[in-house]
Design a protein around this ligand. Structure first.
Ligand code: NDP
Length: 402
């Protein structure tokens, strides 16, 4: 039995992971689950899966969880607080950790699992964008196995020769072709983007995902974060990654080799495929997805992304080229700006404007250790918040003059 911890179990990737695990109860034992503050959903998962441990990062939500569970929670040890996720990532009875917390909040637990030599399934792309070199170094030092869950990176991994080391491109690899659905505003005219709502941004045409990644997908920042993630995971330069808008989301990404061969991984847009691939790897296991019918799909289209309507992608490409702490700044400003957009304190084009302003004020620098990453993250968040307040003040002034 393979012992598994699912961090972010109440989220979209987390729930898909539990769905795949439930299909293979003879092979996997769910040891621990964790979330932030969704006590009701975590309680339902505890009752259904009976894990040995469960945690909420937000200590304020722990009493609700205890009350909801009552006697039902007897067999599960409940933990609370941000450090609890790290504890669950390194338990000796755990072989495999699914890192599916959203945002920078997932960094410490991802790193803890990497340092502890676990099989690390990384959905939490923000931890790789912020501290990829530290995660790769920890994986290499501990002998952990790093398997990407992002469907694009999982596709690329599947198209690489066996035995590739994290962060090292195999010989003969020429380019990575990263596909993007284009998001819900793929065909929306630039002048209409100022009016789009959080609800519209979260209504992704092909994937059902959490709110933050849905907005990232709508701004194309998601593809920018994935570009940075791909460079770190597969040891390529940003110039070796081509981004293709592929509205059908059937080709999940491609690898081009020196001999002109291009290998692709295809499948229905369902996260259970990459999750099952990584859980079962190197074997193949059932995921519960609908099988791909290419005749029904009919056609596969590809086009270049529009970085004028979607400047977040260009900002991420620049941060990828600059390297060091620039991706940390990009990620932090993006998280703050997306939160403000979801709370209707910022309009859609404002997301890119905030990130650009914070990047302009940043001096970058190199990543010496985790402290540098955390300090830059904190400082960039402060700058992004200041910028948002400044923008809403000037908008109010403009409104008063109008
Ligand atoms: P969701 O918003 O659906 O879920 C996020 C999860 O993280 C929830 O379990 C949430 O708990 C937990 N969480 C949030 N903040 C904290 C915190 N401070 N401490 C501990 N746990 C926290 O996100 P997704 O599942 O969509 O995405 C998760 C990650 O996977 C992201 O990095 C995303 O980019 C990546 N990803 C997602 C894909 C998808 O299809 N959804 C595809 C590829 C990558 P609670 O419910 O209590 O708030």
């Amino acid at each position: 039995m393979i012992g598994v911890t699912v961090l972010g179990s109440t989220g979209s990737v987390g729930e898909n992971t539990l769905d795949v695990l439930a299909r293979h109860a003879d092979r996997f034992r769910l040891v621990a689950i964790a979330a932030n503050r969704n006590a009701a959903k975590l309680a339902r998962q505890i009752v259904r899966f009976r894990p040995a441990y469960a945690a909420l990062a937000d200590e304020g939500a722990a009493p609700e969880l205890r009350a909801l569970l009552g006697a039902e929670g007897r067999g599960t040890r409940l933990l609370a607080g941000a450090g609890a996720l790290e504890e669950l990532a390194v338990l000796p009875e755990v072989d495999c950790v699914m890192a599916a917390v959203v945002g920078a909040a997932g960094l410490r637990s991802t790193l803890a699992a990497a340092r502890a030599g676990k099989r690390l399934l990384v959905a939490n792309k923000e931890s790789l964008v912020m501290a990829g070199p530290l995660v790769i170094a920890a994986v290499t030092a501990s002998g952990a196995t790093l398997l990407p869950i992002d469907s694009e990176h999982n596709a690329i991994f599947q198209c690489l020769p066996p035995g590739v080391r994290p962060g090292v491109a195999p010989p003969g690899l020429r380019r990575l072709l990263l596909t993007a659905s284009g998001g819900p505003f793929r065909d929306t005219p630039a002048e209409a983007l100022a009016e789009v709502t959080p609800e519209a941004a979260c209504a992704h045409p092909n994937w059902v995902m959490g709110r933050k990644i849905s907005v990232d997908s709508a701004t194309l920042m998601n593809k920018g974060l994935e570009l940075i993630e791909a460079c770190l995971l597969f040891g390529v330069a940003p110039g070796q990654v081509q981004i293709l808008v592929h509205p059908q989301s059937i080709v999940h990404s491609l690898v081009e080799y020196a001999d002109g061969s291009v290998l692709a991984q295809l499948g229905a847009p369902d996260m259970r495929t990459p999750i099952a691939h990584a859980l079962g790897w190197p074997e193949r296991i059932d995921s519960g997805v609908e099988f791909l019918d290419l005749l029904k799909a009919g056609r596969l289209d590809f086009r270049a992304p529009d970085t004028v309507r979607f400047p977040c992608l260009a900002l991420a490409q620049a941060a990828a080229r600059a390297g060091g702490l620039h991706p940390v700044v990009l990620n932090a400003a993006n998280e703050v700006a997306v939160e403000a957009f979801l709370a209707r304190r910022l309009n859609f084009p404002g997301i890119a404007a905030v990130i650009e302003a914070v990047l302009e004020r940043s001096t970058g620098g190199t990543i010496g250790g985790l402290e540098d990453v955390l300090a830059t993250d904190a400082e960039s968040r402060v700058r992004a918040r200041e910028r948002i307040v400044g923008m809403s003040r000037s908008a109010a002034v403009r409104g008063a003059h109008a």
